[in-house]
Design a binder for this molecule. Structure first.
Ligand SMILES: [Zn+2]
Length: 202
């Protein structure tokens, strides 16, 4: 009987090279699969959430009620409400049923009918600030939690639900940053100024 020949070192290199190529092909396919999934519609909210978290807080806000002149929005942020509350937003008066529009891009975080706000929509916007649209007569049909919205998308319609019941229909609009509520009126005025400049043209 003859002893088997010792394994050739060349064959070891080849096996290692094959393993390396197999890994490279696997990683490439995994990369393509991940890239494909990231671009699919079902990933839109995840993608938007990532983009929003990287955005700076807004330096202007779009008018959230269709057709309302910014000059008609009263400065009532911080005004006393009852004994222990202050007004954490602005009230924008308009005919019942006027469209309520998203002031920023964002993700619809909550649609509910509860408490002082009545029918309300919460949108997570740039820098993950929360935008509160309250006293709605109704929500936009088909609007759902987790939906991606762009500036100007219809969220609902002006009404008097919640503690606004019986008062002239209006949107209560509030913005909450990491430090709590802040007055959106200066940013709404800046948004109106820019919109007017766009309309005037170059
Ligand atoms: Zn209000």
């Amino acid at each position: 009987m003859q002893a088997p020949p010792p394994p050739s070192p060349r064959r070891d290199y080849r096996a290692a090279a094959i393993r390396l190529v197999a890994w490279a092909v696997f990683l490439l396919l995994a990369w393509f699969a991940a890239t494909w999934a990231w671009r699919q519609p079902f990933m839109a909210a995840v993608r938007m959430g990532f983009e929003l978290s990287r955005m700076a807080p807004p330096d202007a806000l779009a008018m959230p009620v269709r057709g309302v002149d910014i000059a008609r929005v009263a400065d009532t942020y911080g005004a006393p409400r009852g004994l222990d509350r202050a007004h954490e937003g602005v009230d924008i008066f308009a005919a019942r049923g006027t469209e309520v529009l998203s002031a920023t891009p964002g993700i619809v975080a909550s649609i509910r009918d509860t408490g002082l706000g009545g029918r309300q929509v919460w949108v997570i916007g740039p820098a993950r600030q929360r935008h509160y649209y309250a006293h709605l007569d109704d929500w936009a049909p088909e609007l759902g939690e987790g939906d991606v919205v762009l500036t100007g998308d219809v969220l609902g319609y002006v009404g008097d639900t919640g503690n606004a019941r019986g008062t002239p229909p209006h949107l209560h609009y509030g913005v909450y940053g990491s430090g709590g509520a802040y007055d959106p009126l200066p940013l709404l005025r800046e948004g109106a100024r820019r919109a007017a400049a766009r309309e005037a043209g170059p």
